[in-house]
Design a protein around this ligand. Sequence first.
Ligand code: ADP
Ligand code: MG
Length: 273
Amino acid sequence: MLEITGLGKVYEGRGGVEALRKIDFRVADGDLVCVVGPSGCGKTTLLKCLAGLLSPTTGEVRVAGRRVTGPPPGMAVVFQEYGRSLFPWMTVRKNVELPLREKKVPAPRRRELVEEALSAVGLAGAAVAHPWQLSGGMQQRVAIARAIAYEPQVLLMDEPFAAVDAQTRAELEDLLLTLWRRLGVTTLLVTHDIDEAVYLGRRVIVLSSAPTVVQEDLPIDLPAARDQITTRSAPRFAELRAHVYAQIKQAKNGAAAGVDQDAPVRAAEQSGP
Ligand code: ADP
Ligand code: MG
């Protein structure tokens, strides 16, 4: 379903920032793959190239065999900054409905899809609220409802649960697993949380630090049915987690050992508001 071949991305300006060197991997139809890697290694850049929002400098991305040159049909994206991805002046219902209007889904079917998606994320009662009246976790549920109402073939998520409390995060993780099983949607989820990657993923792809390549593509051989308590306390979970942890540490040390010419630029960016 997703084919990433020799993908490289250099941002122009300030001498150029090489966000991705050469990324190669594939995601089969219906799979759930998590991507982890050190902060600043290019995870968001990778997702934006997949979503057709950025054009790669080298290589290519294909979705269902077709080369991506703009936002592919049948793809939904849940961004990290969900607060900014919802329109504050629209009700929750209108926010979820918007992409369906653009897809030209007839009104009765639109209503059905919106109601289904909102009840799937436990927000049936909040349809006429405005996003600013909701907690962070609820706003993120709205963003997820909008993505699933669209009935995508491919779902991309960029650190979707990073900004919510631990309890909500666990609930949203399980919600995602339930929806993924029910809809069979090919899912690629970016996270910096190693436990989350191992808990959710059928595969975990570890990115190196810059120059960014795929450091490891690890199958997660845990039972298909996952449970926050049983799965996370299984010895195999601990092994996989430790393994990914070591890989990331290695990736970070790789960066420390090399000359990181962009470090002052990044430090300056991070000290901003
Ligand atoms: P991650 O999501 O893994 O934290 P990003 O994809 O956001 O990493 O960024 C990868 C690198 O590209 C970083 O060095 C970052 O500073 C740089 N970068 C990201 N977006 C831009 C941009 N629009 N212009 C220039 N450099 C960018
Ligand atoms: Mg990011």
